[in-house]
Design a protein around this ligand. Structure first.
Ligand code: FEO
Length: 163
């Protein structure tokens, strides 16, 4: 059985992962409408992964005898200045998510919830990969510069998202 505090923080993460999915979906739609199909494809794939993350929390809470609550999501932004701003925002958002995953682990330790400590490790590893895959994209983007966005857009098509 999940302790109430752990159930609460896991439920809060459902909302964060759901918002991540909608944020990246909104970015993907923006990129597609601006004629950047490679960037859109990468962001659509990222949005799918976030949905999968959200569902993992739903499954886990219910499996442990808690109750996963499906929340209303805040509206994601719909416009960005350029792709540089987009990927900087993705990285900042992933750092925020990493911090909240760490908070879950810290609480699970404090509450002696060994199962949750074990289960959340997958996300700890996943966040390292997510941050590094976004950093790779930012490095490429900076390398190519704003005059080579067409090339960047082709190039990112071959890049995998984290998981
Ligand atoms: Fe589900 Fe990108 O963190």
């Amino acid at each position: 059985m999940l302790k109430p505090k752990v159930e609460k923080i896991l439920n809060e993460q459902i909302k964060k992962e759901g918002y991540s999915s909608f944020l990246y979906l909104s970015m993907a739609s923006w990129a597609e409408s601006k004629g950047m199909p490679g960037i859109a494809q990468w962001l659509f794939a990222q949005a799918e992964e976030e949905k999968m993350h959200m569902l993992k929390f739903v499954d886990y809470i219910n499996e442990r005898g808690g109750r996963a609550i499906i929340p209303a999501l805040d509206k994601a932004p719909e416009n960005w200045k350029d792709v540089f701003v987009i990927f900087d925002e993705v990285l900042e958002h992933e750092k925020y998510i990493s911090a909240s995953i760490n908070d879950i682990l810290a609480l699970a330790v404090k509450e002696n919830d060994f199962a949750t400590q074990n289960w959340i490790q997958w996300f700890v590893t996943e966040q390292v990969e997510e941050e590094s895959s976004v950093q790779l994209v930012i490095d490429k983007l900076n390398l190519l510069g704003k005059h080579n966005l067409y090339m960047f857009d082709r190039d990112i098509m071959g890049l995998r998202t984290a998981e």
